[in-house]
Write a protein that binds this ligand. Structure first.
Ligand SMILES: [Zn+2]
Length: 335
């Protein structure tokens, strides 16, 4: 229900964009999670005795509060759980503060964490048609989550609606849940060279063979899927599955450097490129791209396939105080 409502909102948005209107995501188009999450979890959320917990439960079963490593708050926001004291969760807020929460849906474990890049004031790239990266990334993450769950693979989203969240908190969600895979979903800017192939890039963790394999599979599936669209793509000169290092020789991107499991950051295409921005608005693209991400993640989990498309020379890039920090961050309603 919630998923359908969100998609219906996005479809209407898509139509508006094609006719030239700038899309504006209102509260109505965001997952109306608050009331529903609260009603679904009312019983489970009642504080229970902490000492009853024996071992991790299947994700289809709501764990005891004391087993929670993350929490879907009553307002639908996923936060890392630091402790459970006197029937209250001690959580890290999206902006990196510590807060106490009563109620919500505890999560003990997950196989996959998907991170929709940007959110709130940090809109990311913007297409000439008005499509924002933050909304496109979230739409793909929601679709990929639904697809993986239909295959029996548990998924948690690091961002569930349109709010700011620091890179540190995003990574902490994956780390606390001890996820097996973390994939950060992005769309790129600015424009580079014209290309007859998609300019997808997947940033991998340096020195991690498993992140490299995951990145190669995400690259392989994404490019094969997008290549079926006849679009004037744009591409950077060393696109592929690659390491991006800062001046200290560390992985330049926090969503690659901070996760403690195999993780990649995928830039599926260039939202700044007008023909790609038009494509990204379509149902076909959103369906195909999310299926490709799901296929790549499932292959990573179930096969030893090595992936392909590796760019063996690292790219050197030192982010200049960009986004993803806590400065000016205002937390969404959590309770
Ligand atoms: Zn981005």
């Amino acid at each position: 229900m919630r998923k359908l409502a969100a998609l219906a909102g996005f479809s209407m948005l898509t139509t508006a964009c094609v006719t030239g209107e700038r899309p504006v995501l209102t509260d109505e188009t965001l997952p109306p999670s608050t009331a529903q999450a609260a009603s679904e979890t009312e019983d489970e959320a009642l504080p229970a005795a902490a000492e009853e917990v024996v071992e991790p439960l299947p994700t289809s079963t709501v764990p005891e509060p004391a087993a929670a490593r993350a929490l879907i708050t009553p307002s639908g926001v996923v936060v890392p759980v630091l402790d459970f004291i006197d029937n209250e969760y001690v959580v890290r807020t999206p902006c990196g503060e510590t807060s106490m929460i009563t109620g919500g849906m505890p999560i003990a474990e997950t196989t996959v964490v998907l991170d929709p890049g940007h959110g709130g004031e940090e809109i990311g790239a913007v297409g000439p048609n008005g499509l924002t990266e933050k909304e496109l990334n979230l739409e793909l993450a929601e679709r990929t989550k639904a697809e993986l769950e239909s295959r029996g693979i548990s998924v948690v989203l690091a961002r569930t609606a349109d709010y700011r969240i620091t890179i540190a908190t995003r990574a902490e969600i994956g780390n606390r849940l001890d996820a097996e895979v973390m994939v950060s979903i992005h769309h790129n800017a600015p424009n580079f060279l014209e290309s007859d192939k998609p300019g997808s890039e997947v940033f991998i963790q340096s020195g991690s063979p498993e992140s490299r394999r995951l990145g190669g599979l995400v690259y392989e599936e994404t490019v094969a899927a997008l290549d079926q669209f006849d679009v004037a793509w744009t591409v950077s000169d060393n696109a592929g599955a690659l390491e991006v290092l800062n001046r200290d020789g560390e992985d330049a991107y926090g969503m690659v450097r901070r996760p403690e499991m195999p993780a990649v950051l995928a830039e599926l295409g260039y939202l700044s490129n007008p023909p790609e921005a038009e494509l990204f608005l379509t149902e076909e693209y959103q369906s195909v791209a999310s299926m490709a991400l799901a296929d790549a993640i499932e292959r990573f989990l179930t096969t030893d396939d090595p992936g392909s498309g590796f760019t063996n020379e690292p790219r050197f890039f030192t982010p200049g105080g960009g986004t993803g920090g806590s400065g000016g961050c205002v937390d969404p309603e959590l309770g």
